[in-house]
Design a protein around this ligand. Structure first.
Ligand SMILES: Cc1cc2nc3c(=O)[nH]c(=O)nc-3n(C[C@H](O)[C@H](O)[C@H](O)COP(=O)(O)OP(=O)(O)OC[C@H]3O[C@@H](n4cnc5c(N)ncnc54)[C@H](O)[C@@H]3O)c2cc1C
Length: 419
């Protein structure tokens, strides 16, 4: 990429913003265009299910600052409709086309819809944008009936906690055995205890059998035979990458955009993918491409992606982060490092800290309100899972697969901490 070139960034979330910022930081002097379909400047999306939905922050409070002069041409409220990688053109509504020398794809994910739910009832909502949070607040203001959240992942649990802060009755419905059970038994038990303490209701191992919308409320008949009546129902059952505009582009969009270890879209010389959309092999773990839907990953991948775009595909470096994430439930901070979902077994590492083990190796750590211990365990994980040496992209890359080890705790260090 040379000065005087034009780089187009599609997606004006944190990934898109940090990509633009870092391009200027590393001296890109050409034209920068940032296309985003939301009407507002990039903002702190994690606050949508916490401070924004609680009314503790206003939309103006959550806008992200740039730490460098962006000198960017903003195209907000504009949805990219199609990508032509051969002509190097992003198509916009109204027949407009935007040529590029380099392209950054940062279009993130959107919430999955629940089949059978009354899609056009304004009281049945998802929670992704500032406008979603404002719409939920309007429903809460219109009726003092309870709130219901369907989905027991991070956003579902955060929403339940936010409702209790507002003093609203809330029920969290999930088909899992316990909320956040993917972070292990210890975390799941702690979440249940915390919700009990705050009198948030749980309806686990259940689903919605029937929806009954009336003028005043939304009714839900659950498979456990409970009948819930709600002022608002929020669906938080996972997300889907925003790939519609990439159909027919030639990119592999089977789950996000398939990338090389360097975040270049597979087979493309001038397209990098960052944030929730990138499915790339993180060679620190193995050579299987995966997506990561966390804030810090969006920031770090944006920086790494544009450095590689500027360096060119043949000199690009693999992106090998140690993923880190957090969530806040009531006043408790849940933190993760590594990829806990890769674990086949869990081990208690310290008070409030769970390790996730695969083939005798620690692959992830999760802490429950232990931020100091988490710092130490993240550093330890980093030592135990070093990033492989840099291999130029035009030489054959060798992944470092996790070797199966029959005795999970044979590693004397793991055995000692587990003991
Ligand atoms: C409610 C909520 C709470 C969260 N809380 C946490 C948390 O506590 N901790 C944590 O680590 N992570 C959290 N996350 C995840 C984190 O916010 C995401 O990982 C991060 O925002 C991803 O950044 P991104 O830039 O890849 O995508 P996004 O932030 O989703 O931005 C993508 C942007 O591109 C736009 N777009 C999509 N298609 C097009 C198109 N065709 N043309 C133009 N624009 C388009 C989208 O509308 C969006 O504005 C949360 C997410 C949500 C939804």
């Amino acid at each position: 990429m040379a000065d005087g070139d034009r780089i187009v960034i599609v997606g004006a979330g944190v990934g898109g913003l940090r990509a633009a910022e870092h391009l200027r930081e590393i001296g890109f002097d050409g034209e920068l265009v940032l296309v985003g379909d939301e009407p507002r400047r990039p903002y702190h999306r994690p606050m949508v299910s916490k401070q924004l939905v609680m009314g503790a922050a206003r939309p103006a409070d959550v806008t992200l600052s740039a730490y460098h002069d962006l000198d960017v041409h903003w195209r907000l409220g504009t949805r990219a409709t199609h990508l032509d990688t051969l002509e190097r053109v992003v198509h916009l509504p109204g027949g407009e086309s935007l040529w590029y020398d380099g392209l950054v794809i940062a279009t993130g994910v959107y919430p999955r819809h629940l089949p059978g739910s009354p899609r056009y009832d304004p009281r049945v909502r998802v929670l992704r944008t500032v406008d979603d949070a404002l719409a939920v607040r309007r429903c809460l203001a219109a009726s003092n009936k309870p709130a219901v959240i369907i989905g027991s992942g991070l956003i579902g649990n955060e929403f339940a906690a936010s409702m209790r802060y507002l003093g609203r009755d809330v029920t969290l419905v999930g088909h899992a055995r316990a909320p956040l059970h993917r972070f292990g038994e210890r975390v799941a038990n702690s979440v249940v205890a915390l919700h009990n303490e705050h009198r948030a209701k749980l309806a686990m191992k259940s689903e919605v059998r029937h929806w009954i919308s009336t003028k005043e409320t939304v009714g839900l008949h659950l498979t456990n035979n409970q009948l819930l009546v709600a002022s608002v129902v929020v669906l938080a059952i996972g997300s889907v990458p925003q790939v519609d505009w990439l159909r027919g582009s030639g990119l592999d969009i089977s789950d996000g955009v398939l990338c090389e270890p360097t975040l270049f879209a597979e087979g493309a010389d001038d397209v990098v993918v960052v944030g929730d959309m990138a499915r790339w092999p993180n060679l620190r773990f193995d050579d299987k491409p995966r997506r990561v839907e966390h804030w810090i990953n969006a920031v770090e991948s944006a920086r790494a992606g544009v450095e590689n775009l500027m360096a060119g595909r043949s000199s690009a470096r693999p992106f090998t982060p140690l993923p880190r994430a957090w969530s806040t439930l009531y006043d408790v901070r849940l933190q993760t490092a590594g990829i806990p979902s890769l674990g086949e077994d869990t081990v208690g590492l310290a008070d409030g800290v769970t390790g996730f083990v695969r083939g005798g190796r620690l692959v992830g750590v999760c802490s429950w309100d232990k931020p100091r211990a988490m710092l130490d365990w993240t550093a330890e994980l980093e030592r135990r899972l070093p990033a492989p040496e840099f291999v130029p992209a035009d030489a054959p890359t060798t992944a470092v697969p996790i070797q199966p080890d029959p005795a999970v705790l044979q590693d004397p260090w793991l055995a000692s901490v587990a003991g």
